[in-house]
Design a binder for this molecule. Sequence first.
Ligand SMILES: NC(=O)C1=CN([C@@H]2O[C@H](COP(=O)(O)OP(=O)(O)OC[C@H]3O[C@@H](n4cnc5c(N)ncnc54)[C@H](O)[C@@H]3O)[C@@H](O)[C@H]2O)C=CC1
Ligand SMILES: N[C@@H](CC=O)C(=O)O
Ligand code: NA
Length: 818
Amino acid sequence: MKVLKFGGTSVGTVDSIKTVIDILENNIANGEKIAVVFSAMGGVTNRLIEIGKMAAAGNTEYIEFLKVVEERHFAVVRGMINVKNQSSTFAAVRGLFNELGDILRGVSWIRELSERTLDLIMSFGERLSTLVISEILKSRGVDAEFCDARTIIHTNATYGMGDVDFEVTNRQILEYFAKTTSLQCVTGFIASTTDSVTTTLGRGGSDYTASIIGAAIDATVIEIWTDVDGMMTADPRKVANAFTIPSISYAEAMELSHFGAKVIYPPSLQPAFAKNIPLKVLNTFNTDFIGTFVQKGAEKKDYAITGISSIDEIALVNIQGSGMIGVAGISGRLFTALSVNDISVILISQASSEHSICFSIDPKNAQRAREVLEKEFSHEIALGYIDGISIEKNLSIIAIVGEGMKKSTGVSGKLFSVLGKNGINVVATAQGSSELNISVVISKGDLSKALNSIHGVFFQSETRSLNLFIVGVGLIGATLLEQIKNQTQYLRDEKLLNLNIAGLSNTKKMLLDPDGISTEQWRDRISDEGVKTSLPAFVQRMIELNLPNSVFVDCTSDKDIVQYYNMLLEASISVVTPNKVANSGLYAEYTALKRTALKRGVKFLYETNVGAGLPIINTIQGLMSSGDKFLKIEAILSGTLSYIFNSFGPGIRFADVVKEAKAKGFTEPDPREDLSGADVARKILILAREVGVPLEATDVHVAQLLPDNCLAAPTVENFFEELIVSDDYFAKLQADAEAQGEKLRYIATLENGKAVVELRTVDASHPFYTLSGSDNIVSFTTERYKDRPLVIKGPGAGAEVTASGVFADIMSISSYLG
Ligand SMILES: NC(=O)C1=CN([C@@H]2O[C@H](COP(=O)(O)OP(=O)(O)OC[C@H]3O[C@@H](n4cnc5c(N)ncnc54)[C@H](O)[C@@H]3O)[C@@H](O)[C@H]2O)C=CC1
Ligand SMILES: N[C@@H](CC=O)C(=O)O
Ligand code: NA
């Protein structure tokens, strides 16, 4: 025989009861022998408690409240039983409400509501729902029978949570079921003492009823019908990617529920577990879904862990002192004192040094725990053997649970590594030798981020998310968004990666949305929903959101924005940028950023600072890491100047070529930076720093390229005018070079710790002679590349190549996050 149990929401409305009836009739049609346990209609138990309290307080409004409850039951009768059969059910329901009304009147007279009376009042919830549903079934021709569990399940007289007398109960259940062939509709949650006083079974009560009956009659399976798709890998309200666990062992279910998974309350299923009766958790509102199968042994799973659960709010108590080392009995006294005072301990951790013990408790017990322990150890504290008791609050516990951990190595490594990569500090940790659960205590503010990132790494086949916050949607920023848009599907399918644009800002408006800004509609959304741009507010909001795998992408050339980099890195947010300002500022600031990134386990990536998408910085970093030494760097580092010198010639105005370079997206937002040599100067400065030469910007010698009038131009417009004025100057430079069979090249050199940037002419034998378009070229002479330098060459400016370099940096973060 199968035992089915339907919870409060399943029997909460006429519609849901219709589904319940369908499920039952399908079972009958399939020839299944079944018994059914029902909870009270959703919300009724709480209402009855409230009504009881109102009555006890002498508040006669309870009568109105009771009428509402009555009406809910009548509505079901009206909605589900045909008119000619309704009257007897109405009479029975009314009879129960009359009885309940009498009891409540008594309560209001004597102004007292004992636990015992409350149990009696609550019992009406299950008695009413079960009565009504059994009558519905009968009216549809099913041979159903109402079974008041008080006649078969007996407990002691502990009201609120009766202790079941299994010997008597099991015997009574067997006798009862032996005598009947009708479908038994059993009231959940309620029982009675042997002298017929009503009791209740406590938390998870109706599940318990189903489990007691299932175990007594050796049911083939117990089906718990609820309003969710079974047990999930994590709380879906906290982890959007959580999914149903198809199969779970009793022990795993126990562990998960201990840490807050509310779907079932496994302790109440203990009788079924003891008899190895499997259990299914099914959804009344999604009957086709397979739900979760709970059974004794663990099945082979696709993942190393089965689920993740958490407790939102705990306090961590730490007791430490040199006097605890090697002294037997300290922990015995500690935990006895807590238990005597009814303070339940959630997690315990003690390192083998025995110097301290820490444990977590419900924060509402924190103050009491301190008092209890200060009293218990007053002697040791007075003598200085114990330093004292410290209590830390605003903490959460996360537990990863799974029998699979026993067989696979690296589970805890993975857990701690993902926490580390997301900058989440682990305050305490515990793992039992059962290897079923690893628990970590973390700051409450990191809970959501931790749950999501842990879920991401352990349930790998799901798509991981990188949360991007992009500031500056000019040429590079907008091209990056376009490239992301075009790659979205590929990255989802092939890399299981979702690039979530969680924030965007231009100079006027900004928009942050953790649910993502579509790359199809970002322009509309930022203009419709954006608020006035404020960089500090943007940064603060990002930090508050505390999303896992966050990346700040600075696509501006703003000088002020870099002041936030360190703060962002400190908050464990990676930074990716083509903006050269940070790395060409003070050397101390440059190294500070690198140090913070390292300390926080996040990335600070800026490949596009030099040579746009060309792999220049990465190449240097690779060579440096592997121990190579740089002897000389010679390079053309300006796409703009390269383009100009490759395009300028007789019959062409210099100013027009500069305009062309600007139109092609090669120049800096302010082209004076390119033509003054400043852009190249900062690039060679960055390269110098990367190869270990600690230069400041003022150490770079920049030979002037422009005539004074151009350099002095106060605006970009004015600059172009001055370029026109100086056309002859440029034409002469070009003609002189050409006359020698040479070409103009703006070359940066780093040698012997000195950086120089100057305009040179090179002949056809020089490797820099053959450049075209916006090509950059970098030649590295190192100890390993001494005879023939390592050369990197290619377009070194422009929207597509730069945005793709930024994109590549973002992708490298995604692979680092694993
Ligand atoms: N264009 C290229 O080939 C390359 C550019 N870069 C760098 O990329 C960065 C962006 O360059 P482009 O896109 O070409 O310039 P752009 O001028 O087209 O775009 C920059 C955008 O940032 C916005 N912006 C400036 N400050 C802002 C702030 N505080 N908040 C929000 N938005 C702000 C501007 O309004 C502009 O729309 C610059 O740092 C540049 O040096 C690096 C390598 C190559
Ligand atoms: N303006 C720069 C762009 C790349 O950094 C250049 O011209 O090289
Ligand atoms: Na580069």
